[in-house]
Design a protein around this ligand. Sequence first.
Ligand code: TYD
Ligand code: MG
Length: 513
Amino acid sequence: MAKTRTEFLCRECGGNHSKWMGKCPDCGAWDSLEKFTLEVESTKAGAAPIWGAPADAADSEELARSGIGRAVALGSVPEAQVSRIPTGISEFDRVLGGGVVPGSVMLFGGDPGIGKSTLLMQVAAAVAARGGSALYASSEESPQQVRLRAERLEAVVRAGGAGKLGERLLVMGEGNVARIVEQARKSRPTVVLVDSIQLVHRADVSAAPGSIAQLRRCCLDLVALAKSTGCGVIMVGHVTKDGALAGPKLLEHLVDVVLSFEGDRHSAIRVVRGVKNRFGSTQEIGLFEMRGDGLAEVETVRVPHAGGPSASGCAFVATMAGTRCLLGEIHALVATGFLGSTKRKASGLDASRLAMLIAVLEKHGGLRLADQDVFVQSLGGLRIAEPAADLAVALAIAGAFTNRVLPQGAVAIGEVGLTGELRTVPQIEQRVHESLRRGARVVFVPSSARIGGGATSADAPHAGQIVKIGTISAALELLSPAQRALTGARSGATVAVPSSSERVSSGVVKGRS
Ligand code: TYD
Ligand code: MG
């Protein structure tokens, strides 16, 4: 009989301990250690690495050169040919860095009901429609349910319906990881999709599905499957109520790519974001919209047209997501609260920056917000974590507090410093250009921003103005009483520019005289 060893694994951080403790010494979580029984293999030669070589080939020439099992100079390690399998869903491929890397394992996390199974089925259908093959193993739904969903999806309908994909899109309702692996070894698909890792199990592990012991063993089996057959494995992971991938720091360590699928449940916009990627950047995002016939790719988040009526407490910002520039809409609400116990809530924005901006508005903008509840929100499920949104957030709060509005079609870009000055942000030119392309009539930027003539040249269909502002107090002068701004804009009046700023139009600085 094989020898066994007992370990205790932390559900929160994956830490490994030899005895049970009430509190994990690594991460401090209480009651998070789970018993885990390991079969000890004969480890004379050490456990083979997952990507390692078969034992009988250990001394071959080729292996010696490749640096496996023997050290070689870094320069002489043969270059890896990372070929990728594009799924054909360009927003998804973008986040992956071009497509699924053969032999890689990906964890795809998200809230329940966000659309993980839908996207996975679309990926499977897209791979199959392009001549590859996919194995969709669902431990949550029966094959009938999977088919029902697939028939709703535009991606499947376009490929000629579920029947047309034939042998290239295989579906199995299975929770036993051994059978999934066996099926994958038999049918050799390009991608294996497991929905979800929390509900698959191994018969020889006594713990319940979703427990740390099951997760680890099942994940390792799937990693071994990917490395040995070269297929790409994508597994769905559930997210806990505080937003962490369930079980999972442990899973995150084991896999090559971690993607998170986010979005506001009340908005149709969904964002795929890279959390970890061994083969590409984690800066890129993919945008989808949930429709009646599945997830459709979105070019950029559709914010209400920047020329629409402006309301107090509302500001637009141009934010960078990887190499792309997106327009975001920020809303703020300021309401009287109780001094000493005011609420400050940020949704889709950085809460600590919100606190800082409120302090700057108090100190340098002359707004008394100490007894006000302040709520700010980035609309459409877009998460904006960069300081470039500071100016727009500050203007939205100030507008909501004073019941004043920004000029119609205004976009504000800039970082607010603690001294109240505005600072320029990276890629300011691209942001300005994109704002104008999206119909902005005026773009507010920090004085120190360097904008070349090209930013407002003829290739911007809606040539607008660029207004440079030095400080937060000057920026507050941009706000005008709600009524005046609406009538002013209707009569085609130009934007009121505070005396402390300068206006740049069509790339030419019109200095004040
Ligand atoms: P689903 O992919 O089952 O979510 P998850 O696997 O992340 O739990 O999708 C759930 C929601 O998506 C469901 O509430 C209905 C909606 N939906 C659509 O709006 N359109 C569609 O075509 C499909 C398939 C689902
Ligand atoms: Mg699902």
